[in-house]
Design a protein around this ligand. Structure first.
Ligand SMILES: NC(=O)c1ccc[n+]([C@@H]2O[C@H](COP(=O)([O-])OP(=O)(O)OC[C@H]3O[C@@H](n4cnc5c(N)ncnc54)[C@H](O)[C@@H]3O)[C@@H](O)[C@H]2O)c1
Length: 260
């Protein structure tokens, strides 16, 4: 995908993976990347740093809590008004909190679903959009049970099923939109720092598991992200990223609807 002139939104981009995805899009020439996050100071600092490196005003910060539908709706209105049709949506914001699991589901799953619905409306070619790509960030915990994060797993399994179901919708794909999902294993960001950033069950065993499984570099995960964005055939692709095996892409086998 040629990125020059493209407009993108990345949620949860004040830090961590979302920040790295934003930087990759800017490096590749995206015209505008909107950093949407609840963390105002961090988000503004990120945008200001990117402004110095990649040119003033190519990244903008918008305060947005993805669990608040109105925040997300306002975000899409603002992006359309300021920059025109959206080309790339990255639903990345997420938390790990087994204690406040209801809030976690609101962010990891319902926020991502709302972001996807709004992006479909913004991109569909039959109502003025240009088409585009929606990358949803799940986790390896969306493909494999994890004893220390059952509720996180539930939210991420949901993201995988939701994203692949949209990818299977020929009606929407024919309107120029593709859907891909990222399933990284543990990656070196705040979310795996147990304590206030990450609340898992049996933290001692969780730490042992991280040592056993290994920890991805952020760069490896953002390499996988860019490949999903670039590949015009990435609709229905699951990217898995593990410290042992690196990046792997698996294309979902679609139901043959013509049989119905
Ligand atoms: N790091 C890992 O080990 C790992 C592995 C698999 C999947 N993931 C997923 O990757 C995504 C990014 O996480 P990360 O690793 O960069 O962690 P992180 O904690 O560094 O970043 C998460 C970002 O999301 C933002 N956020 C949290 N709640 C929000 C809300 N309600 N609205 C908007 N923004 C919100 C945070 O402020 C933060 O900037 C998450 O969805 C996470 O579940 C991470």
């Amino acid at each position: 995908m040629a990125l020059s002139g493209k407009v993108a939104i990345v949620t949860g981009a004040a830090q961590g993976l979302g920040k790295a995805f934003t930087e990759r899009l800017l490096q590749r020439g995206a015209r505008q990347v909107c950093v949407a996050d609840v963390k105002v100071e961090d988000g503004q600092r990120t945008v200001s740093d990117f402004g110095q490196t990649y040119g003033k005003d190519r990244a903008t910060f918008v305060k947005c809590d993805v669990s608040n539908e109105k925040d997300l709706e306002d975000l899409f209105v603002a992006v359309k008004r300021r920059y025109g049709p959206l080309d790339i949506m990255v639903n990345n914001a997420g938390i790990a909190n087994e204690t406040n699991w209801s809030k976690m589901v609101d962010i990891n799953m319902k926020g991502l679903m709302k972001g996807t619905f709004l992006a479909i409306e913004a991109m569909r070619k039959d109502t003025g959009g240009h088409g585009g790509v929606i990358v949803n960030v799940a986790s390896s915990a969306g493909l494999t049970p994890v004893f220390c994060t059952p509720s996180y797993c539930a939210s991420k399994y949901g993201v995988v099923g939701f994203t692949l179901s949209w990818a299977e919708s020929r009606t929407i794909v024919d309107l120029g939109i593709r859907f891909a999902v990222m399933c990284p294993a543990f990656t070196d960001t705040e979310i795996i720092k147990l304590g206030t950033n990450s609340i898992m069950l049996q933290p001692e065993l969780a730490t042992k598991m991280m040592d056993f499984v290994g920890i991805n570099k952020v760069e490896t995960v953002s390499d996988a992200f860019m490949q999903l964005v670039d590949d015009p055939e990435s609709n229905g692709t699951i990217a898995t990223i593990t410290a042992n095996h690196g990046i792997r892409f698996k294309r979902h086998k679609f139901t043959n609807l013509s049989m119905l």
